[in-house]
Design a binder for this molecule. Sequence first.
Ligand code: C5P
Length: 314
Amino acid sequence: MRSYSLLAPAKINLYLEILGDRADGYHELAMVLQSIDLCDRIELYANGTDTIRIHCDHAQVPLDKSNLAYRAAELMTTQFPKVFAKFGGVDIEIDKRIPVAAGLAGGSTDAAAVIVGIDLMWQLGLTQSELQELAAQLGSDIPFCIAGGTAIATGRGEKLSPLPDLDQVYVVLAKYRDLAVSTAWAYQTYRQQFNSSYLVDTTSLEARATQVHSGPLVNAIAHKDNTKIAQLLHNDLEKVVLPKYPQVQQLREAFAAAGVLGTMMSGSGPTVFALTETRTQAEAVQKQVEAAMNQPNLEFWLAQFTHNGIHIEH
Ligand code: C5P
């Protein structure tokens, strides 16, 4: 086929613990990641030239090499030069529905879709782990975005262990339209403030990652206990992002007061999400928080947990 249309789900962090520093300048993490059915739509067209072109009409999405989706296509051309010469370049059209710089892996999931789509278009037949190995070269969250669902992520975030699928959990997300948080800033600030508590030796790092694997949140997920899962939400990056952005802290408090199962900032923020058992409850929570905050700049999305990673749109 000369064109593919793919759906690329966003993710939220149910858990994010920063364990220590890595020799490559990144952090050792223990996370639990969850895909949600808020998706970007990515269309790929074989363009018969030797170039990669991005099309997107969202003001915050770059059309050049600084876009991860561009770099994903470029990576495929350098990894598979003969196939590239045979099939030629691609036009990538991004229908952006996931908020940008929001802690929801929007850029990462677009890049994941490009890797999966080019594998299909060029008939490479790569396995999921081969696709994920390529993805890890571009960004820590991209391997998870390929597979999606619910998973523990350790290392930089690229080492994945799938967890049982969760059903019927609804998610209300809110973000101030003009507020973006740099992931690099959030991790750097965390390092400045908390590195005295970092685990330093490999044995302690491995032991802590193992504890998370057998810890209470993973147990609650195995039992599909949504109330427990929501009580165990955790994100170390809140410790640096919330004090710097009091309006995000306020938003989190408004969600907590709305009687949700649980609420937390996702990734490096500034999106705050809350979990509910039903869509009706999710809609009521949105109304209540909208009224309590009374901020025209605040945008809301309703979503549901999904088992899907990157998938073809039917
Ligand atoms: O890998 P990715 O490009 O998503 O990471 C963005 C930034 O977040 C990195 O440049 C780094 O500063 C920080 N980061 C980190 N440790 C991780 C993942 C990300 O310090 N495990």
